[in-house]
Ligand binder design. Structure first.
Ligand code: SAH
Length: 447
């Protein structure tokens, strides 16, 4: 029975990878908004005013202010993704990435017994490219989904990016809510009539069977940083540099803070640790939703399993950038500690991974998909681009080993179904089927 899902997922793949499957060109245009033309308030001025009033602030508060302050935040004001932005992500590099995640979603929906409702929820959807690629797969597999009703729910803090997502996913078929505090701040539908809703927080997404995707989302959430000292663990804070006016510096808190007494694990062996409590809370919410309503979550990010120390860094124009210089002008990020996420998920759900992106994509059949695309592509420069993006996603020295995939599943998904207990004559001879393997985390068999 172990082969069951392998064959099922293989069938899903072969429909998505049909000979008609072609290379899709991305629209990299930006949708301008009325706010984008206004002069920006200085993030540095705002921060120094705050620091003068309160004294040093935790790195987590600095990161939150810089990235998601409702007026000045880097994510709130910018379109930072792509070749002209500050960084590029896997869904922007190749359509294959989102297509394989689309197959994963449908295979988990099948593994859960084909519920009548499928909510696809994406946290931090960027330009909406991943969702576009996933929805194209869902449309190709419409006959597999039968009469299940699918809907898309996007959790996005940035009004600028939500407009770009709406443009890419719905064209002009979306509308902003009238009142600013509406939990659903924008609604629309795709050309195929699939409903799409936008929320600021995961809390606002309705309950129901859901598959959650979070790609390069957790690394954008604020981290606290802690340093081991002769006096014990101390929190790293951000302060004004007294010797260089207008510049910021790191300082170590002289005494324990609430965070340093709470978040560092007993028996921690590293000298420096980063903890992302906001990420922990979101994983707890995902785990609770999956345990109560069924579903799965796939979290993909660069990260580690509780081994790394100082990973906080900035990116500007595809170059590393000093995290304290010109705040608001660069992306800030920290590697995701998957061992922390696993701990925060608790025992109510099953956790899988993390596995390297290369392993996950190869298990999902990326090599077969590449062959199909290359077979249908005679243009030399497009072929070169396809091969280049494949290498970027899978090469261990590029994104292949640095990016990790981590899954949360309903506990029933991995447990052997109970034997039938009815009084039918053949009950004794029936074998309980093994649970179907989880695609991506288990190698697909093409035998
Ligand atoms: N997933 C996309 C974009 C990654 S960038 C991709 O891989 O291409 C991070 C995304 O998360 C952006 O869309 C950003 O606006 C959003 N984001 C960052 N912090 C957030 C928060 N606290 N709540 C909701 N969205 C957030």
């Amino acid at each position: 029975m172990r082969m069951f899902l392998c064959v099922k997922t293989q069938k899903l793949l072969s429909r998505v990878l049909s000979p008609s499957a072609t290379v899709r060109w991305r629209r990299l245009s930006c949708v301008s908004s009325p706010d984008e033309d206004k002069p920006r308030p200085s993030v540095l001025r705002h921060l120094t005013t705050k620091l003068k009033a309160t004294g040093p602030i935790p790195v987590a508060e600095y990161m939150r202010e810089v990235l998601t302050n409702p007026v000045t935040g880097y994510y709130v004001r910018n379109n930072m993704l792509g070749p002209d932005g500050d960084f590029i992500t896997s869904p922007e590099i190749s359509q294959i990435f989102g297509e394989l995640l689309g197959v994963w979603i449908v295979s988990e929906w099948i593994g859960a017994g084909r519920p009548k409702q499928l909510q696809l929820v994406e946290l931090g959807p960027g330009k909406g490219s991943l969702a576009c690629d996933v929805l194209r797969v869902l449309a190709q597999l419409r006959s597999v989904l039968g009469d299940a009703s699918a809907s898309l729910h996007l959790v996005e803090v940035s009004p600028a990016l939500s407009r770009l997502q709406a443009q890419n996913l719905t064209g002009d078929r979306s509308q902003e809510a009238n009142a600013e505090d509406e939990p659903v701040y924008r609604r629309g539908e795709t050309a195929g009539g699939l409903p799409v809703s936008w929320y600021r927080r995961l809390d606002d997404v309705p309950a129901g069977f859901s598959v959650f995707l979070a790609h390069e989302f957790f690394d954008a959430l604020p981290v606290h940083k802690f340093q081991r000292t002769a006096k014990g663990w101390r929190e790293v804070m951000v302060d004004i540099d007294p010797e260089k006016p207008g510049q910021l510096r790191f300082v170590v808190a002289p005494s324990p803070t609430l965070a340093s007494s709470t978040f560092v694990q007993a028996g921690e062996r590293r000298d420096h640790v980063e903890v992302c409590p906001e990420g922990g809370v979101i994983v707890q919410q995902l785990a609770q939703r999956i345990a109560e309503d069924g579903g799965a979550a796939l979290i993909a990010d660069y990260g580690h399993d509780g081994t790394k120390t100082d990973t906080f860094r900035g990116f500007k124009g595809h170059q590393l950038h000093d995290v304290l210089a010109a705040p608001g002008s660069a992306d800030l990020t920290a590697d995701v500690d998957f061992s922390y996420l696993r701990r925060m998920a608790g025992g109510g759900v099953a956790c899988l991974g993390p596995v390297a992106q290369r392993t996950f994509l190869k298990n999902m059949g990326i090599d077969t998909r590449m062959q199909v695309l290359l077979r249908n592509c005679s243009d030399a420069s497009t072929r070169k681009q396809l091969i280049g993006s494949y290498n970027m996603l899978t090469d261990p020295a590029q994104m292949g080993e640095r990016f990790l995939f981590f899954g949360l599943l309903h506990r029933s998904r991995l447990t052997q179904p109970e034997r039938a207990t009815g009084l039918t004559l053949d009950t004794k001879t029936k074998k309980s089927p093994l649970p179907p393997p989880v695609a991506g985390f288990t190698e697909l068999s093409f035998s």
